[in-house]
Design a protein around this ligand. Structure first.
Ligand code: TXA
Ligand code: MG
Length: 328
């Protein structure tokens, strides 16, 4: 078959025709559509099976373009944008009417971000509209960090996936907005809170809850594998499941268990790097979820820097399996 233009041209053509395209970013892959076209936005919700009350992030290439769809850019948030864009930071800003209510689920703020990935930045520079893009996974499942992850789950539902390699950060963006006049983190993510505080001083972090309408994507059970996912003291968990003779897989931070099958365990970073662990987290959860085991055993990482965001994702992955057992 004749090659019709470059990958970028193909992606741009589908998006301009109101179709959806899987796009790479430095955080996770997105399921993108024209943010200003309500039909394209509707397709995003149906393709992901996402409830319409959960608003989308709008992606663009330059700060000056953001002015086109927000009413106001509070000074602390502008400082963060200037320092960390392009990068794993999403800002909640008061929207202009040009942004369809569907995108923001009726909220009067719109989530905006400039991603740090050359292919996608070039795509966003070429397109005459911004892209609405949630993570490219079925609602509630683990976010994709490789083009093949998108293809496995949504490949038969979308016409094109732009392959930009493995995501460099591996965790979704940190979401920041103003609440009662204070800079507030609504979702922990790929940009560490201490980096944000180095620019704007102390910020408040909203504790996650299953019933928080401020950020509906903060649902307690999210990013979840299909297998039960249990977190605790790994050595003790391993001993317990060995005794019970149940087939299990192990997701550890650094430790290799020499008495266990290498194919059924993964280390997030054998050298103990939280950045490396973040990058590997979702792919490792997917791999272990595909094994023929009845449970995945894991542990929390050090609760500092990116470890806080990683622990947040681990906790949500385990929320359903461990409901009532633990809430720390
Ligand atoms: O890194 C990321 O942010 C990735 C890549 C593709 O950019 N996107 C992503 O999108 O994680 P999604 O849809 O999976 O998560 C977006 C989150 C949801 O939790 C949603 O509730 C929240 O952003 N959100 C969007 N607009 C909001 C608003 N106006 N107010 C509060 N929360 C909002
Ligand atoms: Mg998501």
């Amino acid at each position: 078959m004749a090659q019709i233009g470059t990958a970028l041209e193909q992606a741009a053509a589908y998006l301009s025709a109101g179709e959806l395209v899987g796009i790479p970013t430095e955080t996770v892959y997105g399921l993108a559509g024209n943010a200003l076209n309500p039909d394209a936005v509707t397709k995003i919700f149906t393709t992901k099976n996402r409830p319409s009350f959960d608003p989308l992030i709008v992606h663009t290439s330059d700060i000056y373009k953001v002015e086109g769809f927000v009413q106001d850019f509070p000074r602390p948030l502008r400082l963060l944008a200037e320092r960390f864009w392009p990068g794993p930071l999403t800002l909640l800003l008061p929207k202009k009417p040009i942004v369809p209510d569907l995108v923001t689920s009726g909220l009067d703020t719109v989530a905006v971000r400039i991603p740090r990935h050359e292919l996608t930045l070039e795509l966003l520079r070429q397109l005459p509209f911004p892209l609405a893009a949630p993570s490219a996974n079925p609602f509630g499942y683990i976010s994709p960090t490789k083009a093949s992850h998108v293809n496995d789950q949504l490949g038969d539902k979308i016409p094109y996936i732009l392959d930009g390699g493995a995501c460099e950060v591996g965790l979704e963006s940190t979401i920041v907005g103003m609440l009662d006049g204070e800079v507030t983190v609504f979702r922990l993510g790929g940009l560490e809170v201490k980096k944000i505080e180095s620019i704007v001083g102390k910020v408040q972090v909203m504790a996650h809850s299953s019933s928080n309408p401020q950020s509906p994507g903060m649902l307690k059970s999210h990013y979840a594998p299909t297998k039960p996912f249990i977190i605790g003291n790994l050595k003790e968990l391993v001993q317990k499941y060995q005794k019970e003779q149940l087939p299990f897989a192990v997701l550890s931070f650094q430790e290799h268990f020499s008495d266990l099958d290498s194919g059924k365990q993964m280390q997030l970073s054998s050298r103990g790097s939280l950045e490396e662990a973040a990058k590997n987290l979702f792919a490792a959860m997917r791999t272990l979820d595909s094994l023929n085991v009845s449970v995945i055993l894991s542990e929390y990482l050090p609760d500092e820097g990116l470890g806080k965001a990683i622990n947040d994702r681990l906790k949500r992955a385990a929320a359903e399996s461990m409901d009532g057992l633990e809430d720390s």
